[in-house]
Ligand binder design. Structure first.
Ligand code: IMP
Length: 428
């Protein structure tokens, strides 16, 4: 059976939690393969309970499903333990979680440096979530990171923390004028919280490959989105990992050929949190309308999301770099009651029309959207369960997005509830 990757096709916050949850009952494993607690997934269970998950895969809410935090994730052990406790208090069995021995740990100095370095950048700041994600990945690449398996060997952990802090403390005190961290205290606190994680530690690469060989269905749950990918996104205004389908292989240890289906999660309009270019961004009452109607406030940071019209150039780009087989279009209901709904079909840069992503960030910064206006609809669509039940203009809008976006639209979210979807083609 194939592994299925669910990938954010825009700048994150596309509604991946809902799609993961929808597929979760058909799969045996739900895997986080990159990012950390910079992500935020909201899932509503059949009994109407709402859960905001940051680090633990959404599969935790599906009985008989194994949630896996794989090697590509960066894990703040305190956040993981807190999130587990919160779920356990609500009766969720958290002992099913498998945590890769190779995942990297976010240490207190990563969080301290993330926050101060953003302040230091001033106007040029990235607008990170301040969770230590970037500094942790920096240490991973610099080969001085601390991994989950180091929790099993206190002497190695001590050596690594001491040597990392020799440099980090210089940076914190001499460049940023902050207090130095005490290595022993960092080690003690890490081991204390780590003791609660020890039973979860596993060789997740082997576990996933064996499940795949047995013919089980595996769901690879991306966080953030294609345009936040460190290679394929709007660098430097990106996250430090690879949310794209290539990253799903590297971050889980499943080979690329195991991933037969890649589903892009695509909001019916566009949002972005943090800094960076966003051609279709709206600064008027229409932007405010999308923010209010769509509840566009970050699950993790509580920041207002920037809002704009649908951008088909980005959707096409996402379809290509992820080899998308399908799209799950979310939040179509948010657009109900607009006179017209514009779609960005191309850009204009220095007087020239560009149908695909510009090669340089400079051009992307200057890109002006070329819009096509679609007639809107006023009906409430939350009760629609088949494509034919959608108002004619909503159908036209979806069909046009599909023509422009490079993969078929297989599911459509028409409301926040887990049942509020239109299934056009089977996803599993
Ligand atoms: P970092 O991932 O905290 O380093 O933040 C880097 C950029 O990615 C910032 O613009 C964040 O706002 C953005 N970002 C990180 N995680 C998410 C997410 O889950 N949704 C949307 N944007 C995100």
């Amino acid at each position: 059976m194939p592994a299925i990757a669910l990938i954010g096709a825009q700048w994150g916050d596309e509604g991946k939690g809902k799609a993961t949850d929808l597929l979760g009952s058909s799969v045996t494993h739900v895997v986080r393969y990159q990012g950390g607690n910079n992500a935020g997934h909201t899932v509503v269970t059949p009994d109407g309970q709402k859960y905001a998950l940051h680090l633990i895969p959404s599969g935790i809410l599906t009985p008989n499903c194994t949630p896996v935090i794989a090697n590509g994730v960066v894990v703040d052990p305190h956040v993981l333990v807190d999130e587990m406790q919160g779920l356990a208090e609500r009766g969720v069995d958290v002992n099913r979680i498998k945590l890769s021995a190779d995942a990297h740990l976010i240490m207190p100095y990563h969080i301290a440096i993330d926050k101060v370095s953003e302040r230091y950048l001033g106007k040029a700041k990235i607008g990170t979530t301040g969770r230590g994600i970037g500094p942790c990945y920096q240490d991973k690449i610099a080969r001085i990171g601390v991994r989950v398996q180091d929790l099993l060997d206190p002497s190695i952990l001590t050596q690594k923390v001491e040597s990392a802090l020799e440099l980090k403390n210089q940076i914190l005190t001499k460049i940023y004028n902050r207090k130095a961290l005490d290595p022993q205290q960092v080690v003690d606190e890490t081991l204390e919280v780590g003791a609660q994680l020890q039973p979860l530690i596993a060789d997740t690469r082997l576990l996933l490959n064996e499940a795949h060989e047995r013919g089980e269905w595996i769901l690879l749950e991306g966080s953030q989105g294609t345009l936040l990918d460190v290679d394929h996104g709007t660098y430097p205004y990106v996250t430090s990992s690879s949310p794209t389908s290539g990253g799903a292989a590297a971050g889980s240890g499943l080979g690329p050929r195991a991933i037969e289906r890649s589903i892009g999660i695509l909001k019916a309009y566009t949002t972005r949190v943090g800094s960076g270019p966003f051609p279709t961004e709206l600064f008027d009452d229409k932007g405010e309308y999308l923010r209010k109607q769509g509840g566009e406030v970050g699950v993790t940071t509580g920041r207002d999301r920037r809002c704009g019209w649908f951008d088909a150039v980005i959707a096409r780009y996402a379809a290509r770099v992820n080899s998308l087989t399908d799209f799950f279009l979310t939040k179509l209901d948010v657009l109900s009651s607009l006179e017209t709904v514009p779609i960005c079909v191309a850009y204009e840069v220095d007087g020239k029309r560009l149908d695909e992503m510009p090669m340089t960030q400079t051009d992307f910064h200057h890109a002006k959207p070329v819009y096509e206006e679609m007639p809107g609809w006023f009906e409430d669509i939350t009760h629609c369960r088949t494509f034919d039940e959608l108002p004619e203009n909503a159908q036209r809008y979806v069909r046009r997005l599909e023509e422009l976006s490079g993969a078929r639209i297989s599911a459509i979210g028409v409301g926040p509830g887990r049942e509020e979807n239109v299934l056009v083609h089977e996803l599993v």
